[in-house]
Design a protein around this ligand. Structure first.
Ligand code: NAD
Length: 451
């Protein structure tokens, strides 16, 4: 049985790969389990050196990896380069964490109490297709730094950079069996990892629906689970903001990666008194988005990942939908969809309530600060968001009131190697990146020594 990997910009076949199932999952877990005692015993400075070497090797192949990721995921080459830079930086950051995996000493009577942060064992990493190697690196680097061994199951649509990573890790000196890449469907290979008794933890990024199933499956063996799930983030624009700047930045925040971004600010909430001027400036910005060949340096937005994804996205823009602004997209082969803004749109509309995961935004006006916060929070999700205002106190009040894990003020950036990333509500639990990720790949052990 093989798995066919397509290039979404051309619909051409990029690769045919063996399709792993439950047996291959068992074999990968067995390899990871066998490699675990030796990997956790590698001295901290040596493990740090190996991860630095891996970061160097990834940086050395940045361009090749970027081209492969751009072709397989259909993302603009400039974006792919940035992402591959982040992959190397993530390994460097956690290479530095190996020797800072500190415990505590705690005052007690009759002896000494101390804590250790122990690795978990074999960790399964299950990842989506939108930022294939980037999201994998957010899990791989802290997992390996803490002394775990891993089985990485990339999305079936985008396994190519994960396979390259497995090769690069071996060449950089990471021992055989520490990193195992399993290319196969979620329903067989992925599901087996979730139920496998020798897997200590599942770190998952993907849809809320599959996340729910994974949490339920993992409960059987009391596995540790972290979940990074869907989003429907709000971009809140107050009338006292720099409207030109907010409107110029808004398309990038929802059409980046063709909208296939869990952080997409797909609900643009605008204070009613500024709605007309905002829409005028937004129209200009949306029409300037260049949609086309991912390998063309001038491209801002590529195709969607698949034909299925395109029909899902199209279902949010039926005939008669209130399309206020629409950009252009190429004809011919490729899973293209133009950047689209809906306004005015009913607050109960599917496009306002559901994660679209494509280049479709809604603009919803609000009356005042209280209504802005209520609208922003009127969702099952809570991943990301932005607040645009020149009033600093209001910015902080709203930032504290919005139920979401990652926010930016007068900016739409929310992902950095050194800061925690993750969701509130049904956007998941646990944090990736920053110092907090290590907590999710270690277990605290308390030891008492009678003196
Ligand atoms: P998906 O949930 O369909 O698949 C994600 C991964 O889970 C894939 O590797 C898939 O093979 C695997 N999988 C599917 N069913 C499984 C099962 N029963 N058991 C084990 N594994 C299984 O998600 P997707 O379509 O690849 O990605 C899009 C979704 O991911 C969106 O909802 C998006 O918001 C979310 N996402 C979230 C973040 C975040 O950090 N919060 C980041 C990126 C994407």
């Amino acid at each position: 049985m093989t798995l066919t990997v397509l290039e979404p910009a051309t619909e051409q076949v990029l690769a045919e790969l063996p399709r792993a199932g439950a047996d291959e999952a068992d074999a990968a877990v067995a390899r990871a389990r066998a490699a675990y005692p030796a990997w956790r015993a590698v001295s901290p400075p040596d493990r740090a050196r190996l991860l630095h070497r891996l970061a160097d090797a990834l940086a050395g192949e940045q361009e090749e990896l970027a081209v492969l990721e751009a072709r397989n995921a259909g993302k603009p080459i400039g974006d792919a380069r940035g992402e591959m830079g982040m992959v190397a930086d993530t390994f460097r950051y956690y290479a530095g964490a190996v020797e800072r995996n500190l415990g505590d000493t705690i005052p007690v009577s009759g002896g000494v109490a101390m804590t250790f942060r122990e690795p978990l064992g074999v960790v399964a990493l299950i990842t989506p297709w939108n930022f294939p190697l980037t999201i994998a690196s957010w899990k791989l680097a802290p997992a390996l730094a803490a002394g775990n061994t891993v089985v990485l199951k990339p999305a079936e649509l985008t396994p190519l950079t994960a396979l390259e990573f497995e090769r690069i890790a071996l060449e950089a000196g990471i021992p055989e069996g520490v990193v195992n890449v399993l290319v196969g469907p979620g329903s067989t290979a992925g599901a087996r990892l979730v139920e496998h008794p020798d897997v200590a933890k599942v770190a998952f990024t993907g849809s809320t629906e599959v996340g729910r199933r994974i949490a339920a499956g993992a409960a059987e063996t009391i596995k540790r689970v972290t979940l990074e799930l869907g989003g429907k983030s709000a971009n809140v624009v107050f009338a006292d903001a720099d409207i030109a700047a907010a409107a110029a930045a808004a398309p990038g925040a929802v059409f980046g990666n063709a909208g296939q971004d869990c952080c997409a600010r797909s609900r643009i909430l605008v204070e009613r008194s500024a709605l007309d001027s905002f829409m005028d400036a937004l129209e200009e910005a949306v029409e300037a988005v260049r949609v086309g060949d991912p390998l063309d340096e001038a491209t801002d937005m590529g195709p969607l990942i698949s034909a299925d994804q395109r029909s899902t996205v199209a279902s949010f823009v039926p005939d008669g939908a209130p399309v206020a602004i629409q950009g252009s997209a190429p004809d011919g082969p490729g899973f293209w969809f133009p950047p689209t803004v809906l306004c005015p749109v009913d607050r109960g509309d599917r496009a306002v309530r559901e994660e679209i995961f494509g280049p479709v935004a809604v603009v919803v006006p609000f009356r005042d600060e209280a209504e802005a916060v209520a609208l922003a929070n009127d969702t099952i999700y809570g991943l990301s968001g932005s607040i645009w205002t020149r009033d600093g106190a209001k910015a902080l009040r709203v930032a504290r009131a919005v139920e979401t894990g990652v926010l930016s003020i007068n900016s739409n950036t929310s992902v950095r190697v050194s800061t925690p990333f993750g969701g509130f509500k049904q956007s998941g639990y646990g944090r990736e990146l920053g110092p907090h990720a290590l907590d999710h790949y270690t277990e605290v052990k308390s030891v008492y020594y009678a003196t």
